[in-house]
Design a binder for this molecule. Structure first.
Ligand code: FAD
Ligand code: MG
Length: 301
């Protein structure tokens, strides 16, 4: 059997894309490896009607509602290989099974590349975050640390005083220039040049351990992760990538079509910076475009 569309990635963007195709009564397959980007965080914020909901619950409810359509097939596996072209794509999964589809939608997200400071990884999504809109409010006006990963971190440090008293750990990642120092001073940001040795402490109250022996307690820590398109399918297909401020993402038209005919991409993997609500909206665009390209030959595939 050939599916009308295969959606790779069954989180917010993939669910949303698949839902449009399901409701068009077309046959759609979702292949999902089950590693949502926000799986490290319990709650999700900023998405209308779901503010503060459990991140997993939003995805589970979306999956339940999608699977109510009889023309949807779901498999919990990783897609490892893709071959073929427009109208005849074949993907192979980790168990060695193959599936055929006329259109492909990559909703595969991004992978966060975190600073290597000891203790940080374990606290990612618990007390260390990248997005103040997602998790800043819950620091409750307390002391906030920003751990630099590069010059761009100045932007993050400039924002955070709206959420709490901010200390910016430069950590030898770059040398702030005079303009940056003046701007940070105007925002009341404290700059700390002593290198960070480790992050420790209770889960919701991270302690920054400095190399000179001082410990500083915070109610939240922020750091800009680098992001990379989650592979290997976009690379195998030869989708054009774009360099964003935080990392690469898949280049798409407004229709969410990639540079490869018949292949669409949506959500974090196809955006400069993502969120649950962006992923949901982007998925709708990709699903609708992929569906309409099955009907109108004049449309870009
Ligand atoms: P993802 O949710 O990352 O899903 C991608 C899916 O594709 C995964 O299930 C993955 O396993 C699957 N996949 C990848 N490759 C393959 C493959 N080859 N085969 C099969 N499946 C594959 N946003 C908010 O709006 N509010 C928040 O409060 C918030 N908090 C966050 C907290 C943290 C710690 C992080 C890291 C992010 C947070 N975000 C938040 C951002 C949010 O997680 C992302 O924007 C959102 O998950 C993007 O959805 P997506 O569907 O594009 O990708
Ligand atoms: Mg998805």
């Amino acid at each position: 059997m050939t599916y009308d569309a295969i959606v790779v990635g069954g989180s917010y963007s993939g669910l949303s894309a698949a839902l449009q195709i399901a409701r068009a009564r077309r046959k759609v397959l979702v292949v999902d490896a089950g590693e949502r980007r926000n799986r490290f965080a319990e709650s999700s914020h900023g998405f209308l009607t779901q503010d503060g909901s459990q991140a997993a619950q939003i995805a589970t409810l979306g999956r339940e509602q999608l699977l109510a359509y009889p023309n949807v097939t779901w498999i919990d596996e990783r897609a490892e290989n893709v071959l073929g072209s427009l109208d005849a794509f074949t993907i192979a999964t980790s168990s060695g099974t193959s599936f055929e589809g006329r259109r492909l939608i990559l909703a595969t997200g991004v992978t966060d590349i975190l600073p290597t400071v000891p203790g940080l990884r374990e606290r990612w999504g618990k007390s260390v975050f990248h997005c103040p809109y997602c998790h800043g409010y819950e620091t409750d006006g307390g002391n906030i640390g920003v751990l630099a990963t590069g010059s761009l971190s100045t932007h993050q440090a400039m924002m955070l005083p709206d959420w709490g008293r901010t200390t910016f750990f430069v950590n030898n990642m770059f040398e702030p220039d005079d303009d940056q120092l003046n701007a940070l001073a105007e925002r009341g940001v404290q700059i700390e040049y002593t290198p960070v040795k480790a992050i420790s402490g209770e889960r919701v109250e991270p302690v920054v351990e400095l190399s000179d022996g001082r410990d500083m307690l915070f109610s939240g820590l922020f750091t800009l992760s680098r992001t990379a398109v989650t592979g290997p399918l976009p690379h195998q297909l030869g989708c054009d990538l774009e360099d964003g401020l935080l990392g690469t993402f898949i280049r798409t038209e407004a229709s969410k079509m990639t540079s490869v005919p018949g292949v669409y991409a949506c959500g974090d993997t196809a955006l400069m910076a993502g969120s649950v609500s962006f992923a949901v909206g982007d998925g709708v665009k990709a699903g609708v475009s992929a569906h309409q390209s099955l009907i109108f030959s004049g449309l870009p595939h």
